[in-house]
Design a protein around this ligand. Sequence first.
Ligand SMILES: [Zn+2]
Length: 338
Amino acid sequence: MSAPATQAMDAPPLAAAYFDGVTSRRHAVTLTVEDGIACICGAVERQCPLATLRVSEASRHCARIVTFPDGAYLEVEDRDAFARLLDRTGHRGTLVARMQQSWRATLLAAAGLAVLLFLLWRFALPLLADMAAIAMPASVEQALGERVLQEMDRRILSQSTLSESDQHRIERQFAQLVMVAEDAPPYRLLFRKSRIGPNALALPSGQIVLTDELAQFLADDSEALMGVLAHELGHLQKRHLIRRIVHGAATGAAAMALFGDASAMLASVPALLLDLKYSRDAEMEADDFAAQLMRAAGRDPARLALALERLARDEESGFVYLSSHPATAERVARLKAQ
Ligand SMILES: [Zn+2]
């Protein structure tokens, strides 16, 4: 009966110096490998599974170092004999496998981190932003709203050209509608001529900006206009804009903390003001509020759907309003079904 193959391939003893990893004392030993176990003989007697040893990279001038799990190590001067020993014991193969494993582990860790960051950004951040927005004092919301209005007045809005009687009529009609609501937030209508066309926007301060262009576009259908204003009141009631602003700032702050980039945060604020686009969910919530309010007042929520359809048909008029209040087709279908 022949010896096992591994034993047949075991290498002859190799001279080495053993260090205990604590003192600098050198112990003369020999190294042999039997059945995957490294055996140290001589001044120190010790055995250790090959798989638990770390072997230094081969280099032209240095002795090879074999490190034990406890920090003790061997110095092997005869590099060629040691390379042959590694070959015979198949250690080279396990080294390559170990490197691949560590690559895999690195990639896996990087992917895990990316997933974790995505989950934080997608779920934790909005939640925290919502909590921060809810906890925000009214005075801060007021100041923020004023700042947004100032910025818009400077860039895209100017004094309304609607007649006073038209403004009063719209104010009166809307006040009558809101009267029936139990949970309507405080609001104030502001009339502005706009450089960007028909739009309506609810600011965190409770101000609802109605552009002359939108009032004129829906001049022949005051119920449709009331529907649009009720939708804006819905954005106010759900505090969508303040949540968007806090979320944007939080994303920016998180990006800054992670990547050290303050510009992302600073860049997000003006872009948010001038290129506001509510999420589909925010639009649905505002529509639900408007529909409920209109029904409670004995009006037809479909008037809001008709306004949206008219805006969608008139590309030039609809462009601005529908780009900041998206998901039109879905909203129309939903409002009509209510
Ligand atoms: Zn909207």
